[in-house]
Structures are given as structure tokens and as C-alpha cells.
Design a protein around this ligand. Structure first.
Ligand code: ADP
Length: 255
């Protein structure tokens, strides 16, 4: 089966009046459909730059990117992006926030509106459709932001530290919750995080990056032998600590 995403020998440097900062160096990896990849690495190593390159916001200096076998610029593969802040508009209801992407992309129709209602119901926000974002908890806001992305039916989702603005308790439940939603929906996802336990609880594979310029230090497949492979079950499984320690050592070789 052809991978949904393929990166080969990607290089990227920022050019500023102060000089050149190489952020990515020879990054190659591929992602299969339905796979959940986590990318971890030291702060400032180039993780967000990598996501910006995958969604076409930045052009790599060298290397190629293919989505479903087509070069990025020719691809019709739909990419969704979820950021640290939910960017919900306070002057719009939850339902109208969920419709925002559809409006921007001129995709509003009876069918897509029905889909928005369906997702709000499926993910427990139906009774908040007419509420303002300020009436929702942090976790519910993040769900609303996810629904706004999912209603566009993305083939691949890029998640840039989407839980890091939440407090620790909320972050655990929301991370687990959203991880399960994405898995049940069979979505392909790439999650950038500095939280190793989040990576181990959610991912099928973890890419560990070196300090800047980022190269791939290792790609670690994550397998848990659980009847119900949920993030919460993973956190309680014996393998969890083993994976956590392995990645910790990769990131802190001299600690
Ligand atoms: P991470 O997401 O891993 O924290 P980034 O991808 O945001 O790292 O940034 C990688 C490196 O590139 C950082 O060292 C940062 O200083 C530099 N960088 C990021 N954006 C810019 C920019 N617009 N101009 C110049 N340098 C940048």
C-alpha cells in the first residue's frame, strides 16, 4: 500500500538579516493511512517547521514531499491543522465556530451543516451548539476546535502541541479523549509534542528528533498488548515506562 505521506531528504533553513538558521536536515519518513505518528524533540529543534512544510506553508529548500503519491503542490489530499490555542471566536456560537472552515472553503451546504450537527452530537457537544465558547470548559473548547477541523473531512491531521495550553489534569483527559476520537474515526495524524507520556499513550510510532538542525535520531514503533488499546489503558500498562525511558534516554543522552 502506498503511504499517505512521504518525505524524502527534506532540508530547510530560515534566512534573516542576522544570518541563516538551519532548522531541518535530511528528514525522511513516511506515514501510512490511519497511522498516528508523534514527533518529539528538544524545544526549538524544528518540529513546528516540519509541520509547516508538510502542510505547504513553507517550501523546503531541498527534498520532496508526496501526499497519496502526488507532489504536495499537485495533491488534492485534504490536510487539517490543530494548534495549541483553539482560536474559537467568542462572538460566534459553538455551532457557527464549527462551520468556520466550511465557510472559508465555500463548502457550506445542507449536507455539510448536517455533518456538523452530527459530529457535535457524536462528540457530546449537541446541547452546547448555541452556547458561546466562554461557556465551555477547556476540554470542550478543544473538542469544538477538533470538530471544526474534522467537519472538513481531512485525510491527514497535523496537531501542533494541541493540549499544551491546558492544565495538567485537563490535558490528560482531553489528550486521551481526542486520541480516541481520531482513532475511532480512522484518521491519520501527526502530533508534535514535548510531552513524552502523551506521545507514548497516543502514537503508533514516535519520531525522535535531534537538537537543531533536526535530523531523525530514531523512529520507535509503539506496540501495546492490550485488549482495549486506549491511551488511559496504555498509561497503566508495564510497557509504558519502558517506552518512556527509552525516549527519555534518546533525548537526554548525557543525563
Ligand atoms: P520547535 O517547534 O521544535 O520548537 P521551530 O520549528 O519553531 O522549533 O523552530 C526551529 C528553529 O528555527 C528555532 O531555533 C527557531 O529559532 C528558528 N526559527 C523558527 N521560526 C523562525 C523564523 N521565522 N525566522 C528565523 N528563525 C526561525
Amino acid at each position: 500500500m502506498e503511504p499517505i505521506l512521504e518525505l524524502k531528504h527534506i532540508h530547510y533553513a530560515y534566512h534573516t538579516p542576522e544570518g541563516e538558521t538551519t532548522a531541518l536536515c535530511d528528514i525522511s519518513f513516511s506515514v501510512d493511512s490511519g497511522e498516528f505518528i508523534a514527533i518529539v524533540g528538544p524545544s526549538g529543534c524544528g518540529k513546528s517547521t516540519l509541520l509547516s512544510i508538510i502542510c505547504g506553508l513553507l517550501e523546503p529548500e531541498r527534498g520532496l514531499i508526496k501526499l497519496n503519491g502526488k507532489y504536495l503542490r499537485q495533491s488534492t489530499t485534504n490536510i487539517g491543522y490543530m494548534l495549541q490555542h483553539d482560536h474559537l471566536f467568542e462572538w460566534r456560537t459553538v455551532y457557527n465556530n464549527v462551520l468556520l472552515g466550511l465557510e472559508i472553503q465555500h463548502m457550506l451546504s445542507a449536507k455539510t451543516r448536517a455533518k456538523a450537527h452530527e459530529l457535535l452530537e457524536l462528540y457530546g457537544l449537541k446541547q452546547f451548539e448555541n452556547a458561546k465558547p466562554s461557556e465551555l470548559s477547556g476540554g470542550m473548547r478543544q473538542r469544538a476546535a477538533l470538530i471544526r477541523t474534522l467537519v472538513l473531512d481531512p485525510d491527514i491531521l497535523l496537531l501542533d502541541e494541541p493540549f499544551s495550553a491546558l492544565d495538567y489534569q485537563t490535558r490528560l483527559t482531553v489528550g486521551d479523549d481526542i486520541g480516541q476520537i481520531l482513532r475511532q474515526a480512522g484518521k491519520t495524524a501527526i502530533l508534535v509534542t514535548h510531552d513524552l507520556s502523551e506521545a507514548v499513550s497516543l502514537a503508533d510510532r514516535i519520531l525522535v528528533l535531534t537538537p537543531r538542525p533536526a535530523t531523525i535520531a530514531s523512529a520507535i514503533p509503539v506496540t501495546f498488548h492490550l485488549e482495549h488499546d486506549t491511551p488511559m489503558q496504555r498509561r497503566n500498562a508495564p510497557e509504558f515506562k519502558t517506552y518512556f525511558n527509552q525516549i527519555w534516554k534518546e533525548l537526554n543522552p548525557y543525563a
